[in-house]
Write a protein that binds this ligand. Structure first.
Ligand code: GDP
Length: 195
């Protein structure tokens, strides 16, 4: 059995556009955030794998429900990034339907990691998603990404500000850096605890 903080052994299972096309799973956690929030980098850091989730140079490309499995923990769902400005409204509503359909109908879903950019977040869209998730009483863990981009002198204030804007206390936010590895072991352990 792997240590709770060791890299997640994620293996890609399937991509789908509709939750109904996904295989049955017993326990699952999901990651959601706007395009460019650092979601692919985070998933790669959790797995200690360079190219597991495609780190996109063009945000908005990887617009599918991507399911991963691991031998000693829950399935992991990488949800499509939302809110990329250059995408037409028609496509945007398709993503929204895909994400909302998944979040409401996936019975095995135990925890949703909602990602916000630690340097600039939460954006209006992040707060909109948080409100929506809360209104459906779905379980969340707020994650602030790119910790290394926040200056040490500003970190205390930034933590307060981000938490307040998300409507939680600073203790409720998990701060991570995919680049420096900060918070990655804690997040791995948190994911494994769900399984
Ligand atoms: P995604 O669109 O949410 O999957 O975001 P990506 O993982 O593709 O990251 C978007 C951009 O943010 C890329 O240029 C990454 O190199 C950068 N990035 C992601 N995570 C971090 C981090 O922890 N620290 C820093 N400094 N940059 C990051």
């Amino acid at each position: 059995m792997a240590k709770s903080s060791s890299p997640l052994q994620l293996t890609f299972v399937k991509s789908a556009t509709d939750v109904r096309d996904l295989p049955f799973t017993q326990v699952e956690v999901a990651m959601v955030g706007r395009s460019n929030v650092g979601k692919s980098s985070l998933i790669n850091a959790l797995a200690n794998h360079r190219q597991l989730a495609h780190v996109s140079t063009t945000p908005g490309r990887t617009q599918l429900l991507n399911l991963f499995e691991q031998p000693d923990g829950p399935f992991v769902m990488d949800l499509p990034g939302y809110g990329y400005a250059k995408v037409p409204d028609r496509l945007r509503s398709t993503w929204q339907a895909m994400i909302e359909g998944y979040l409401l109908e996936r019975e095995s879903l135990r925890l949703i990691f909602t990602l916000s950019d630690g340097e600039i977040g939460p954006t209006k869209l992040d707060v909109g998603l948080l409100d929506w998730v809360r209104s459906h009483e779905l379980p969340i863990q707020i994650v602030a990404t790119k910790l290394d981009k926040v200056k040490a002198t500003k970190l205390g204030a930034r933590k307060q500000e981000l938490a307040a804007a998300c409507g939680v206390t600073t203790a409720d936010v998990l701060w991570v850096s995919a680049d420096k590895g900060t918070g990655i072991q804690e997040m791995r352990a948190l994911i494994r605890r769900m399984g």
